[in-house]
Design a protein around this ligand. Structure first.
Ligand SMILES: Cc1ncc(COP(=O)(O)O)c(C=O)c1O
Ligand SMILES: Nc1c(O)cccc1C(=O)C[C@H](N)C(=O)O
Length: 415
């Protein structure tokens, strides 16, 4: 692979997505979209519109907004459905990722066990353990935690071996938040079903950068956030998918906003859930926080999720090649096979925290995840191949100058 700067510029000149960078305001050399994506003019435009609807219509926005706020969560679900490969009735914007894990696990869990993995993002285990305890089920007996063989990845064979007839739910991330390993959701879903279990996924690190086909492969339910690769802004409300075959289940956390729309404002004391994924809404949707997602989705739709995925793999492959060539002190923790790689690259270094801090001092934004990982996320919508080249250049200089030395992790250091 041509890893020269000139070669990077040539790839940028031929990059079909290159023009999308003009839509974004990106602080510094920004490689942290796997944590929080930057603002775009599209996201800002729809946020501004809803703010003006509030100013001009106030309560009238619920019925006269464009779209009416009353149906905003469902309307955004309709736009997200193609991104995750689902029917529009199966997707809604609601709650937070963590709340969606709570309500969906609580809805789908019987009295059996849940299979998870030890490298999950912590909030997933907190929620699932709480749902087990709420049923009087001891997590130590009802939570099967598949262990990592290398501390970076999870072997799918080990996940499948953990399945047995008493498993109610297999709950896995699509992409591991630290190493960036991407799983074969179809294989895991099929194996779960072969053992009579349901397959649920946390797509936080893949929606917006990996094309999914949840309906086609038979996924039962899924959750995700929109502030990463969907660039919908900090604290953007989350998304969820429930397969149509499960619409007969009553959501475990009912709220009036999950009530069937036709009679919601009859304000009856009896709860009638919406006949689709909308039933998993709980309270009044955060309309202002939802607004940037509308514009952000326009950007993704214009680029096309398949083109985004293809470009992401090219950018991360280029980054890995440069790391192999220029950063011998680092270990690439992310699987190299495209089918096993999400949207970011994990570079391991014994002084990872100090390197991250030193890079931020150079206006290069990456993030640190314990114990020794620097996550670098070249995002197809606003990162060029030359940006990737420059990040590695800065990384090399930080190491050569020893700028990371003596920098220790501080408490509550949000990265
Ligand atoms: C896999 C995964 N699940 C959940 C979350 C966070 O959930 P929430 O949006 O509820 O904070 C994250 C991090 O943002 C994550 O990486
Ligand atoms: N999700 C985050 C947040 O809401 C605030 C600050 C940082 C983050 C994160 O990057 C956590 C994220 N799930 C991760 O992959 O580590």
């Amino acid at each position: 692979m041509d890893t020269s700067r000139a070669g990077a510029r040539e790839r940028d000149a031929a990059d079909p997505l290159a023009a999308f960078a003009d839509r974004f305001d990106v602080p510094g050399l920004y490689m942290d979209g796997n944590s929080l994506g930057p603002i775009s003019q599209d996201a800002e435009r729809t946020l501004d519109r809803v703010r003006e609807e509030w100013r001009e219509r106030a309560i009238g926005g619920w019925t006269d907004g464009d779209p009416p706020w009353f149906e905003y969560a469902e309307a955004l679900g309709d736009r997200l459905a193609p991104l995750v490969g689902a029917d529009s009735s199966e997707v809604v914007v609601a709650n937070s990722t963590t709340v969606n894990i709570h309500t969906l696990i609580d809805t789908f869990l019987e009295d059996g066990t849940v299979v998870v993995n030890e490298l999950d993002f912590p909030t997933d285990h907190y929620a699932i353990r709480a749902q087990l305890r709420r049923r009087g089920l001891d997590p130590d007996e009802h939570l099967v935690v598949v262990e990592s063989r290398d501390g970076r990845t999870i072997d799918a064979d080990d996940v499948i071996d953990a399945l047995s007839e008493d498993v109610d739910v297999l709950f896995m991330p699509s992409v591991l938040y630290r190493s960036g390993q991407l799983f074969d959701l179809e294989r895991l879903t099929s194996a779960a079903h072969d053992h009579g279990a349901l397959a649920g996924f946390d797509l936080a690190h893949s929606v917006g950068v990996v094309d999914h086909a949840l309906g086609e492969i038979g996924v039962d339910f899924a959750v995700w956030c929109h502030y990463k690769y969907c660039n919908a802004g900090p604290g953007a409300p989350a998304g969820l998918y429930v397969a149509e075959r499960h619409f007969d289940r009553r959501p475990a956390l009912p709220g009036w906003w999950g009530h069937e729309k036709e009679t919601q404002f009859e304000l009856r004391q009896t709860y009638t859930p919406a006949p689709d994924a909308g039933a998993y809404q709980i309270g009044t949707p955060p309309v202002l926080a939802m607004a940037p997602l509308e514009g952000a989705l326009e950007t993704i739709e214009a680029a096309g999720i398949e083109a985004i995925r293809e470009n992401s793999l090219e950018l991360t492959e280029y980054l890995i090649s440069l790391a192999d060539e220029r950063l011998p002190e680092c270990t690439v923790g992310t699987p190299r096979e495209p089918a096993r790689r999400g949207g970011h690259v994990a570079l391991e270094h014994p002084d990872a925290y100090g390197v991250c801090h030193a890079l931020k001092e150079r206006d290069v934004v990456v993030d640190f995840r314990p114990p020794n990982v620097i996550r670098v996320c070249p995002s197809p919508l606003y990162t060029s191949f030359e940006d990737v080249y420059r990040v590695v250049e800065e990384f090399v200089e930080v190491l050569e100058e020893g700028e990371y030395e003596g920098i220790e992790p501080k408490d509550a250091d949000v990265t």
